[in-house]
Ligand binder design. Sequence first.
Ligand SMILES: *[C@@H]1O[C@H](CO)[C@@H](O)[C@H](O)[C@H]1NC(C)=O
Ligand SMILES: *[C@@H]1O[C@H](CO)[C@@H](O)[C@H](O)[C@H]1NC(C)=O
Ligand SMILES: *[C@@H]1O[C@H](CO)[C@@H](O)[C@H](O)[C@H]1NC(C)=O
Ligand SMILES: *[C@@H]1O[C@H](CO)[C@@H](O)[C@H](O)[C@H]1NC(C)=O
Ligand SMILES: *[C@@H]1O[C@H](CO)[C@@H](O)[C@H](O)[C@H]1NC(C)=O
Ligand SMILES: *[C@@H]1O[C@H](CO)[C@@H](O)[C@H](O)[C@H]1NC(C)=O
Ligand SMILES: *[C@@H]1O[C@H](CO)[C@@H](O)[C@H](O)[C@H]1NC(C)=O
Length: 393
Amino acid sequence: MFTAHSVVQDVLWRSWSEKKVLLLTATSGKSIYLILTLILLCYFLFLHRALCETFNINMPQNINVVSGSCVIIPCFFDVERNHKNNLDDSCKAYWSNSTSFNSKNAKLKPTKEMTGDLTKKDCTTTFNNASLLQRSKYYFRLECNNSLKYIFTQAGVDISFIDDPPSPTLTPSTLEVEEGASVSLTCSAPAPCWSHPPALTWSPNLGQSQETLQENQDKTKVRTSVMNFTASHLHHGNKISCTAVYQKQDGSPDVTAETSLTPDISNSPKNITVSVSPSGPVPDNSNVSLTCSSNANPAVRNYMWYRADGDQETLIGTGTSLNIQVFRNRRTFFCKAENKLGVERSNVTQLEIHSNCHKHLLIIKCMIISIWLLPILVIPMEAVRVHSFTHRF
Ligand SMILES: *[C@@H]1O[C@H](CO)[C@@H](O)[C@H](O)[C@H]1NC(C)=O
Ligand SMILES: *[C@@H]1O[C@H](CO)[C@@H](O)[C@H](O)[C@H]1NC(C)=O
Ligand SMILES: *[C@@H]1O[C@H](CO)[C@@H](O)[C@H](O)[C@H]1NC(C)=O
Ligand SMILES: *[C@@H]1O[C@H](CO)[C@@H](O)[C@H](O)[C@H]1NC(C)=O
Ligand SMILES: *[C@@H]1O[C@H](CO)[C@@H](O)[C@H](O)[C@H]1NC(C)=O
Ligand SMILES: *[C@@H]1O[C@H](CO)[C@@H](O)[C@H](O)[C@H]1NC(C)=O
Ligand SMILES: *[C@@H]1O[C@H](CO)[C@@H](O)[C@H](O)[C@H]1NC(C)=O
């Protein structure tokens, strides 16, 4: 039989003799380089062709099956060149947990619907949980109604059962961004039974998400969901989770698995408010304490206080709190909060000041009233006195 090794040796030997002849005529290092490249190219081309024309099989090394669910084993094989024409509709697939078995004692005898197109070298097979053994390594046997009968012992697939599905994978696994950044979170969960892939849900759902079924390198599949959103300070510290729900085909309850992350969203100061103590109207010339607060990440490193007089804004102090004396014409304030991401200002606070003038007005009113009342009170008293006086004479 013609083995891969002898083909390769043959090619190499021929290449070497050719190279010797060519070397005599080659004048520059450039052509030697070219020749060596050609030799390598030929070597790989022939080696590849030789390998492709022997019995060979490709399938994942192991698959975890969620108990009660189905499993699909991705599987592709190749046969020797002289068996090419034997691949026909009569070919059948068999699986067993041993490297020597036949069509009769095979543990699993999938029907045509359960396998891929064997004539296209596709041995991908679907099994229901119920039909599989507890935990085994399975090998594939191809049997056609001709001389092609072969157990592919080159590779087997290790099938295990898990009661709890694996946690989905979140990418990135941590989120540390500035507010306003576009975030794209990807959640993926294996789909061993890809005709019933797990359903992925985001909580909270922060934007549009898109679900797809993707293929790994070993042809097993994963359910993937991508959620895009714009980072906001409102998301900071609030858990974002992705849940995978696996349906069972045997009627037992669904099983779920969850993965989450807590985003760290940095933002310039937000929601800046000024509080005043004492609250409510204060007397003119009195002292009040102003306090500035805000939501910022990282924390505010500097507070600045301003008085707004008409169009003018005057810096009057710094720090979280400020004690100041207020006057009727100096009662409008605001603060600014600064962290490394920026400076933001509060709304303007206008203090209510009750004027001391009210007291003065009251006294003046009292005086006016008293002056007006005086004659009214005095005249009758005078009249009484005159009356008694005349009475005496
Ligand atoms: C195959 O599975 C059967 C159980 O059905 C077990 O008895 C046997 O030992 C297994 N064979 C191998 C080679 O693991
Ligand atoms: C599915 O497989 C597991 C593990 O082998 C087994 O415990 C369970 O009973 C099976 N379920 C059904 C419906 O066969
Ligand atoms: C196998 O092929 C033979 C002859 O080519 C035919 O008589 C026989 O019925 C075939 N068997 C099956 C199972 O197709
Ligand atoms: C999410 O964003 C990525 C790029 O960041 C883009 O390729 C994808 O189409 C977006 N998906 C949706 C549903 O908007
Ligand atoms: C703004 O701050 C107040 C008091 O600190 C708080 O009750 C409120 O939830 C904050 N609003 C936002 C949008 O952060
Ligand atoms: C500032 O004023 C606007 C308009 O009155 C209001 O919507 C907003 O909530 C205020 N901001 C704060 C931090 O109180
Ligand atoms: C108000 O504060 C100023 C200093 O900021 C102080 O001189 C004044 O005595 C205080 N007035 C009252 C009524 O506490």
